[in-house]
Ligand binder design. Structure first.
Ligand code: TXA
Ligand code: MG
Length: 335
């Protein structure tokens, strides 16, 4: 059972004071924890990039208290976007829309679009309702690393730099929001998440999938992202036992699977994450953190089933495989 915590009045007050002073606040959302700054204060938003170690041209999502604020940030809101906001906000959906003239280049990475989202987590709602302005926030992890799904993950990674970390418990979803961009009236899925392509299609009709050459840039869609430090390989489902066996000859091996091993592997740290896509996604980053810390030289992931329910998980695993172990490599940070 996910326990959702609420912020006390004193915690909320401290967070608001920080935001108003141009400082950063980490806060929970239903997807992952965010590293927030006043979206109307370019110097404060710049500080996010410093702390994350993220290249400055990457755009960030602006979090709003409600869809009523959309027009303060987007100069055009196509009918499809409005319908999606009505249907899924507050919730794990981000809309990329033409930006309003007042939105800073630091927020948009200099692009003509802005990403907007109304999160449903009660603590995020408390904070946004009290702050009133937009809060710019990427996931509260160092650039290219796993997104945090508990306050403890943020403390471990950014505790030295971020004074206020609101603890809202374990994130209910555990994977980043679904991102849908609009070019005119045409909708395009830029990042899969808990809200599936089919759910979006039911509202907007047609939906293109994946980036094309005219899509806005989504650095989260570069290969080397959401990665543990330990090299990670996705292996065909039926080969997970034999590959774990073969690799463990050279030392301990970490395994993330959706079932128990066929026979005990004495040299494997084996996590059975189960066959339920939602639960698997919820636990994914936490499981990868655990395996990353297990002292194994390699993480093997049993490939997940086909089908839309697994789309967001498959997407994050592919990126984790591309980015894992590249911490010190310049290519990992090239985008
Ligand atoms: O669930 C989430 O979306 C979490 C929580 C904290 O809200 N946030 C999150 O932020 O995942 P971040 O920065 O780690 O990923 C946001 C993605 C990035 O890939 C970024 O490039 C993309 O959104 N994005 C932001 N503004 C954009 C824009 N104007 N056009 C295209 N993509 C944009
Ligand atoms: Mg991120």
């Amino acid at each position: 059972m996910t326990r959702v915590l609420r912020a006390t009045a004193a915690e909320l007050e401290a967070a608001l004071r920080s935001l108003r002073a141009g400082e950063l606040v980490a806060f929970p959302t239903e997807t992952v924890y965010g590293l927030g700054a006043d979206a109307g204060n370019p110097a404060a938003v710049r500080r996010i990039f410093e702390v994350k170690g993220r290249p400055a041209h990457h755009p960030v999502i602006v979090h709003l208290p409600g869809a009523g604020r959309l027009r303060e940030w987007a100069r055009e809101v196509p009918q499809g976007a409005l319908l999606l906001a009505e249907r899924f906000w507050p919730g794990p959906l981000t809309l990329v829309l033409p930006r309003a003239p007042n939105v800073s280049d630091v927020v948009t990475g200099g692009q003509d679009t802005v990403a907007l989202r109304v999160p449903s987590h009660p603590v995020a709602q408390q904070l946004l309702a009290a702050f009133q302005g937009g809060i710019a926030a990427p996931s509260a992890n160092r650039y290219g690393r796993l997104s945090p799904t508990r306050a403890q993950h943020v403390r471990e990674e950014l505790g030295a730099e971020v004074k206020v970390i609101l603890d809202g418990g374990d994130c209910q979803i555990g994977l980043e929001s679904t991102i849908v961009a609009f070019q005119g009236r045409r909708a395009r899925l830029l990042r899969p998440g808990a809200i599936t392509a089919a759910q979006v299609r039911r509202v907007v009709g047609e939906l293109a999938v994946g980036a094309d050459e005219v899509s806005p840039r989504v650095p989260g869609s570069t290969a080397a992202h959401y990665a543990p430090a330990t090299p990670l390989t996705v292996v065909p489902a039926a080969q997970i036992d034999s590959q774990a066996e073969a690799l463990s000859a050279g030392g301990r091996v970490a395994v993330l699977a959706w079932r128990a091993p066929l026979a005990p592997h004495p040299d494997a740290v084996w996590i059975d994450a189960g066959r339920d896509a939602r639960q698997y996604g919820h636990d994914l980053y936490d499981n990868l953190r655990t395996l990353d810390k297990s002292g194994c030289r390699r993480i093997l992931v049993q490939d997940v089933p086909e089908g839309e329910a697994w789309m967001a998980v498959r997407d994050r695993l592919r990126r984790a495989a591309a980015g894992a172990g590249l911490e010190d490599s310049p290519e990992a940070d090239a985008t």
